[in-house]
Ligand binder design. Sequence first.
Ligand code: HEC
Length: 251
Amino acid sequence: MNRKFFAYMTAFIITLTATLAEGDTLPIPKQKWSFEGPTGTFKQDALQRGYQVFKEVCSACHGLNRISYEKLMGIGLSKNTVKALAAEHDQPDLNDEGQPIQRKGIISDKIHSPYANDKAARASNNGALPPDLSLITKARAGGSNYIYALLTGFCAAPADTPVTEGMHYNPYFSGRQIAMAPPLFDGQVTYTDGTKATVDQMAKDVVTFLSWAAEPEMEQRKQMGVKVIFYLLIMSIVLYLSKRKIWKDVK
Ligand code: HEC
């Protein structure tokens, strides 16, 4: 009786695991990022390369609507460069009579979105919505490591896995099929600093840039944290010494 029960349970667990594993994703490998840890910082050259990848590749389908052109001065671009970038796109606005107009872009405008609205975005992407990337490294479990794994993880589907038309196999995406075609291929951009534009390099750079975009104030926050801890340490010593002085006569 016991043996039978044990056999049933084993069969049940095996079936359950197999069912759960189907459509499940691969574990996300961890990468080394310069911005990790309590004193990690963003490297400006990587940020600028990452912005170049975003602008030349990703921005064809994805917006970055929480970042203004002005904010890009934070990755080391000059005011004139930022002005020129903003002026590349006209922006919708209202004139003094309240009529809708298009005016030249200025640096306080948000980075230009490729589509006017979500419906237009879906219509151009087979019904799938390319999400805004402003907070994507915070919005997905696995963060920067996940986005990197996704960008570099496209591969041929195993023989027994049918891939729906218009979808692409990617073992890191939930369900393993994504509507985004592999966006990166070797040599796709020409880096101005001479770095070789491999898929791996571009993915690392664009993920660094997107991690910055999700929290441009990260470095100030960490610096503040270090200062606060230093202050608390000094305060503790001062308070300890004064306590000893005040209580020294009390036995
Ligand atoms: C030709 C259009 C196109 C381009 C170019 C493109 N994407 Fe996408 N992307 C999409 C679409 C469509 C989706 C939605 C996929 C889905 O839901 O199946 C998507 C989804 C994503 C997601 C969300 C994945 C998730 O977990 O939901 C990320 C992150 C992403 N893209 C990053 C990028 C980056 C970074 C680039 C530039 C290197 C890029 N994409 C270039 C169309 C594009």
